[in-house]
Design a protein around this ligand. Structure first.
Ligand code: ADP
Ligand code: MG
Length: 471
């Protein structure tokens, strides 16, 4: 079994005190990359965590490809310690075997000795349902533009504010484009207008952690009651996080079915379209498309200006129109960046008692960030191109030589090269480790086609609009 093998591996690589510590540890399960362990006390946990877990989790990662998260429980009876207690032997003897500079010196007292026993960790209470909502993420603070109109209208509908109500509502789009903002806005509105509605808001990551913890502590009934019975509106942020987490997907599938059958509204957000979600169960993907899939694109220049203006107004920042426009022109791909730039400028201006005029903004923006960092990234380009040509997200990096895939790949390389000024080797690496000469010829080919073929030109123009680089 993988756990035993990892323990043996780590034991091999560790000093003699290993057994002594590990007999205070119990293995409670390994699911979806989360390794559940129990330690006799906090001292054992900290020690094992610091000195042995890196090797152990590395080993599991290398065998499974999962990135491993360790979930510790402290206290309670260990009925199956990972290692049998070592036979009586002098701890000092062990200490003499320690060689590595970072190894712990074995302690004179057994780690779980009575004098060291820590209080058991308090049982974690289930989080109050609306914990973690940002009070500023309201509908009135959300700027509507062509890039997010559909998502906004659908969110209003889901909040019961008139218009059709789609169930589920699946909101998707790149990072920093307002998905979380919209979901919080729904929660605020429903809470204000129909306070008796039981709203559950979680990130997919939190869902996973709560699920695994419930499993481990045998509180599944409570978990299910929270998500299935005591829930009228379920908001799950960043569902892509459940990729490969099969058991959690399965649990979510049942939550989904129960709520959907009872006609309870479900909203899910994701950085990808349902069909592009990787390592996600087909039956979940298909359910995500039962209602409405509404995407959010990179906002157009006008929307970006309006967003900066709104943000300045909310934060009480005085800023001239030409500066607003300048910021919106320079920062193109991500609303979070847009806000960050404004806040940074305001902070710097107030620190140096200057007003934010165009010269100041120019100089500061040039200083604080090379324009590159603000533009679309290679991943953004790949995502937009995939969506445009209706490909799966891995296709561009694959060895697939089908004409349509190869063409999309060439276009993506061209856009990265022309718009992001990436180097050829950099692009080769970013596109599935291809040779830089391959990239070069792809870029040339597309450049030539752009001049010669109106259809290709139309594709490129559409893509550039989506990437916000054509303003
Ligand atoms: P996502 O969840 O899609 O990664 P967020 O919802 O966290 O993005 O948005 C990032 C930041 O941008 C937030 O501060 C949010 O308020 C702001 N934002 C995004 N879109 C808009 C918009 N249309 N109007 C106002 N603020 C926006
Ligand atoms: Mg978000």
């Amino acid at each position: 079994q993988l756990w035993d093998e990892a323990v043996a591996f780590t034991r091999d690589k560790s000093p003699g005190s290993f057994d002594q510590w590990f007999c205070g540890v119990q293995f409670d399960g390994l699911t979806d990359g989360v390794l559940c362990l129990r330690a006799r006390n906090e001292f054992v946990r900290d020690w094992v965590d610091q000195f042995f877990m890196p090797t152990l989790t590395d080993h599991i990662r290398s065998r499974t490809g999962w990135s491993i998260q360790v979930a510790w429980t402290v206290g309670g009876e260990l009925d199956r310690p990972a290692i049998n207690p070592p036979p009586e032997r002098s701890v000092r003897e062990d200490a003499s075997r320690i060689t590595g500079p970072n190894w712990p010196s074995a302690n004179e007292e057994a780690p779980w000795s009575e004098r060291r026993v820590a209080r058991p960790a308090p049982v974690q209470a289930v989080a109050p349902p609306l914990e973690g909502l940002n009070p500023k993420y309201t509908f009135s603070n959300f700027v509507i533009g062509p890039s997010n109109q559909l998502a906004h209208a659908a969110a209003i509908g889901a909040a019961g504010g008139g218009g059709p109500r789609h169930n589920p509502l699946f909101l998707c789009g790149g990072t920093g484009l307002g998905k979380t903002h919209l979901v919080h806005a729904v929660a605020h509105r429903v809470r204000a207008e129909r306070p008796s509605t039981r709203i559950v808001y979680v990130s997919a990551e939190k869902f996973l952690n709560e699920f695994l913890q419930a499993l481990q502590e045998q509180r599944m009934n409570e978990f299910r009651a929270r998500f299935r019975d005591r829930c009228d509106l379920l908001l799950v942020d960043d569902i892509q996080f459940l990729a490969s987490k099969t058991q959690t997907q399965e649990e979510f599938f049942h939550v989904f079915n129960t709520l959907h059958q009872a006609d309870k509204q479900i909203i899910v957000t994701s950085d990808k379209y349902p069909q592009q979600l990787e390592r996600m169960e087909e039956r979940l993907i298909s359910r995500f498309t039962w209602g409405l899939v509404a995407d959010i694109q990179v906002p157009e220049l006008e929307t970006r200006v309006a967003i900066v203006r709104k943000k300045a107004q909310i934060e009480g920042i005085e800023i001239a129109d030409d500066v607003l426009l300048y910021i919106a022109q320079v920062v193109r791909s991500n609303v979070r960046e847009l806000e960050g730039t404004l806040i940074r400028l305001a902070a710097k201006a107030s620190l140096t008692s200057r007003i934010i005029d165009l010269d100041f903004a120019r100089a500061e923006i040039a200083l604080s960030s090379n324009a590159r960092a603000n533009e679309a990234s290679v991943e953004d380009v790949q995502r937009v191109v995939c969506h445009h040509f209706k490909l799966k997200s891995g296709d561009l990096l694959s060895k697939d030589r089908h004409k349509s895939v190869a063409f999309a790949r060439h276009v993506a390389m061209y856009l990265c090269r022309e718009r992001l000024k990436c180097s050829l080797p950099e692009l080769g690496r970013a596109f599935g480790n291809r040779d830089h000469t391959t990239v070069m010829s792809a870029v040339r080919k597309v450049k030539a086609l752009r001049g010669a073929d109106p259809e290709v030109r139309a594709h490129l123009e559409a893509l550039e609009r989506k990437l916000g680089t054509a303003d």
